[in-house]
Design a protein around this ligand. Structure first.
Ligand SMILES: NC(=O)NCCC[C@H](N)C(=O)O
Length: 409
């Protein structure tokens, strides 16, 4: 049976992608919680939605099927028993495993139709939306001024991160920060219960019930047997060993390239500084390369289930070797200029979504990087980015490929 998920490269023609249109969760962010919500500013929702619709249209105009995360989630929860089980888990992960607030939240959420319930959970539930007769001392005395019973999920539009498609399977991720951890519970239910995916042979390479951390922005499928991953603020080395073990055991993947990037907010994931855009072309933020060098580790299956690790520092050579290419073209963000490069990287100038070999979607504001891509022969579709970019993610972050065509060679 053909798996409904099929992604054997970063660049094969994109057939199906999953997005999330930003919703009311964006308007539940206010200055005191910006930092904890992992955003630097508050997008103006109507314009963010217009920009997102334009992004979706750009993809649809190229014949790409666009699926929406919240709709897939609502479809997955059509059965009452499944919905109840999901809600119990979601409430527990939101800090309300039992008690008066749990009961009131559950009653409130179940009073809605399933789509409205999903949208509401993503948007967050304010304390003044529900009425509880009894609250605990903790609820009365601690955080009395905090406005939410359930936090908003303002990063839900970065569908790249809670999960990642690899081959015919997926990783459902234990994300690093609390602000994003609940997002992948939706993914778990989509894979288990949405008719498009349920019982269709989707291999879960790694589920979300681990202590070690991994996020999709760090997961790059370079080919049908080479997988690259960032050792980053969001993905830990232990999780990389775990995913490598699982891929080596049960898939065609025989090479994992782990790239150590700076652990900071501007470069939180590998795809904020490095993306693949053609058979032999990549974008790279020059600041991650120290005189062209970066700590890189090549993992291969060893004897008796062991993993062999080689340490390298020349990323270009590593890519030539693992992809078997005579030469790799690393295209520097912002043309390597000391001001333009960090400015455009900050607004996701390195974060390209490749929709076919040599054809990408980028933010319009990164015009220096975009011009340079064109000079390197890349076809660039620019999308609007004034508000979307405030969430600190670009077109790759905002998209989760579900199906790509296999590469010809
Ligand atoms: N793959 C990505 O780099 N995603 C961007 C995520 C931005 C979001 N504000 C976060 O900090 O998780």
């Amino acid at each position: 049976m053909q798996s409904p998920i099929h992604v054997t490269s970063e660049i094969g023609k994109l057939k199906t992608v999953m997005l999330h249109r930003p919703g009311h969760e964006i308007e539940n962010v206010y200055p005191d919680i910006l930092h904890r919500m992992l955003v630097d500013d508050i997008p103006y929702l109507p314009i963010a939605q217009e920009e997102h619709d334009y992004f979706a249209k750009t993809l649809k105009d190229q014949g790409i099927e666009v699926l929406y995360f919240a709709k897939l989630a609502a479809e997955a929860l059509a059965d009452d028993q499944v919905k109840n089980e999901f809600l119990e888990k979601m409430l527990a992960e939101s800090g309300h495993a039992a008690g008066a607030v749990h009961d009131a939240l559950k009653e409130y959420l179940l009073s809605m139709d399933t789509q409205a319930m999903v949208d509401k959970i993503i948007a967050g539930v304010r304390k003044d939306e529900i009425h509880t007769k009894f609250v605990s001392l903790a609820e009365m005395a601690e955080d009395a001024d905090y406005p939410f019973f359930m936090d908003p999920m303002p990063n839900a539009y970065f569908t790249r991160d809670p999960q990642a498609s690899i081959g015919d399977g997926i990783t459902i991720n234990h994300m690093t920060f609390k602000a994003r951890q609940r997002e992948s519970l939706f993914t778990e239910y989509i894979i288990k219960h949405n008719p498009r995916f349920a019982n269709k042979g989707v291999h879960v390479w790694r589920d979300r019930y681990h202590d070690t951390r991994i996020e999709g922005g760090d997961e790059l499928v370079l080919s049908d047997h080479v997988f690259a991953i960032g050792i980053s603020q969001r993905t830990s080395a232990d999780a990389i060993m775990d995913i490598a073990r699982n891929l080596f055991k049960d898939s065609n993947y025989d090479t994992v390239v782990a790239i150590h990037i700076p652990h900071n907010h501007a470069m939180m994931h590998l795809d904020t500084v490095f993306t693949m855009i053609n058979y032999d072309q990549f974008t790279v933020h020059p600041q991650i390369l120290d005189g062209g060098k970066i700590d890189t580790y090549i993992l291969h299956p060893g004897k008796d289930g062991e993993i062999e690790i080689q340490h390298r520092t020349d990323l270009q050579k590593v890519l030539e070797e693992v992809l078997d290419k005579p030469e790799i073209d690393l295209i520097p963000t912002g043309n390597g200029d000391p001001i333009v490069a960090p400015r455009e990287q900050w607004n996701d100038g390195s974060n390209t979504l490749t929709i076919a070999p040599g054809e990408v979607v980028t933010y319009d504001r990164n015009y220096v990087s975009n011009d340079l891509l064109r000079k390197h022969g890349i076809l660039v579709h620019e999308v609007r980015s004034s508000e979307l970019s405030r969430g600190r993610g670009g077109p790759r972050c905002m998209s989760c490929p579900i199906v790509r065509e296999d590469l010809k060679n």
